[in-house]
Design a protein around this ligand. Sequence first.
Ligand code: ADP
Ligand code: MG
Length: 691
Amino acid sequence: MPLTRETPLTDLPGVGPARGKKLEKLGLHTLGDTLDHLPQRYEDRRECHAVADAPEDRPCCVAAMVAAPPRVSFVRRGLTLVKVRAVDDTGTLNITFFNQDYIREVMCTGQTYVFYGTVERQGQTAAMTNPVFEREGSARSTGLIMPVYPLTAGISNNLLAGLTRRAVDECLDGLPEVLPAQVRKDHQLCQTQFARKNIHYPPSFEELAMARRRLVFEELFILTCGLAQLKDRRSAGEGRPLEGAVEEFAALLPFAPTNAQRRAMEDIAADLRSGKAMNRLVQGDVGSGKTAVAAFGAWAAVKNGVQCALMAPTELLAEQHARTMDALLTPAGVRVALLTASVKGKEKKALLAALAAGEIDLIVGTHALFSQGVEYRDLGLVIADEQHRFGVAQRAALAEKGGAVPPHVLVMSATPIPRTLALIIYGDLDVSIMDELPPGRTPVSTFAIGEDKRQRMYGFVRKQVGEGRQVYIVCPSVEENGGGWEDGPAMDLKAVTAYAKELQERVFPDLRVGFVHGKLKSREKEDVMAAFTAGELDVLVSTTVIEVGVDVPNASLMVVENAERFGLSQLHQLRGRVGRGKHQSWCVLVTSSRSETARERLRALCATNDGFQIAEEDLRLRGPGDFFGKRQHGLPQLKVADFAADMELLKEAREAAEALIAADPELKKSSHRLLKRKVRELFEENAELFN
Ligand code: ADP
Ligand code: MG
């Protein structure tokens, strides 16, 4: 039977059911799948050295003849050594294998092998430990640029390399091309067969670069085609015309809106009235007053007789928004309710019934708002606050909660995103930028301090409280959950509780200290936050549950413990919790880290209050993988491309994708059939993020 891309891996020699299972863990079922299992790095094993002139500073190949039968010694239980003496014209290579008794059976005296490993020299003799080896002339794992694959327990790199080798040798013919010929030509991209072959087994690094460039382009092209389609469909999408005058709404506000707020509201008003579905992002740094802008949208929707859903990333924030909206909009006749995961039983049933009957106009909540069983009578507007946590797929899924006419969508983000990333993440949205803070704010002064200044810092806390201000003290999650959907892990509980207790008992016995963390019941969290908001607590010890959106204008000092453990953007968010009122505010970053990068990062934060600049710096220092976890940006994890390194190519791919989608919006042409399927697969994979 000839091998094809559809051949199950378990049909291949050396792959039994057990290994088959393990390969499945890597997502590999058929031989064709292995073509997409890309190396994470390469080892240059091309050059073969004589024993005498093999370098010592890096692994290399040495060809030598086995001079005598391998000698086995049992050192102790669980430790066996096999010693092999190999020679060439220039010298002797002594090789030691640990716990690999089988070597004795397979290695033949008089045979020349190529050994790949690191040479160590003592005087005249050269030695190697646990090298990779094969008979001279095999050129399977030596004499080439060797791919090193991501592995799982029980699957060796050699096994995988063997499989990809067969796939490359026997299954590349007729591999369908996903990139349109013209795109390939315009952007000088190699063919798909060439790319697959050379990404696994490149004869040189030049070929590897060509292969990689094409695969990166392909990946970004598929992604941006999908985004372009989304945008296209949305902008063609019918939307319910809703009328709302900014001036009329402004009269409800306790302050005069800033010009930036006014512009954002006018943008929204124009979208709502247009008869097309709104898909707008309002991006503004922390404290720029996005809540009021969201309230305008909600007010306009309700005034026109449709419902509005306002979604926040955490319960804490949802609760705060519910309070704000209630205060602002109830006087205008808007009926506001709160739905989070902690609303249960009878209460929940009544709430859902009221929502379905249209007795609630504005529902505020977490992603629970779009879970199963939540029915709206007439959902006209969806607002997502802190949008970097609600990606493309989530937005698509929530839009489906609308009726025949899709709801308008408004997303708010306080996380400035490097422009390059924004291109992708917000690729399908119109954007309003709020680049102005409400008047009377003084910028937050930021300092990084070491443990030696801790007592002074406590003194400063006391001084602020003495002046009537309030203070946050934030501790890191002991174990980053990288999410944002759930609050902190159980470990937080101990750290925060213990620390708060210590502060209360030993440091600030005369102050009112409260604490909040992710594992508190939502009721308890709400009570603590309400007490802090009302000024009944002086110091709030917290995990990052307060990171986004929390608004207590009287708080003037933010202390961050173990600041080196946070990302810069996260620290910027935390800092944004103070400086929200008329008082001079401070942010103190406490760190005992000696690491130069950690210090460099904190210095960057002390030097500027510009969120965009910080985001760029964060991306540069941490790389995109850390900048946004998959769950946060809601975009597919990229297999080949790197958001930071491949920006130029992203631009090219995006332009090509937009041109293609403009010409063939639904990818109906037969030459676009495979592309269409790939786009769908990519976004389907992503849809699971919403569940
Ligand atoms: P963010 O953009 O971070 O969500 P908020 O909407 O929470 O900011 O607003 C921050 C603070 O500024 C709130 O206390 C809010 O009441 C206040 N605020 C918003 N807009 C104005 C304004 N135009 N004038 C004065 N204060 C404002
Ligand atoms: Mg906000």
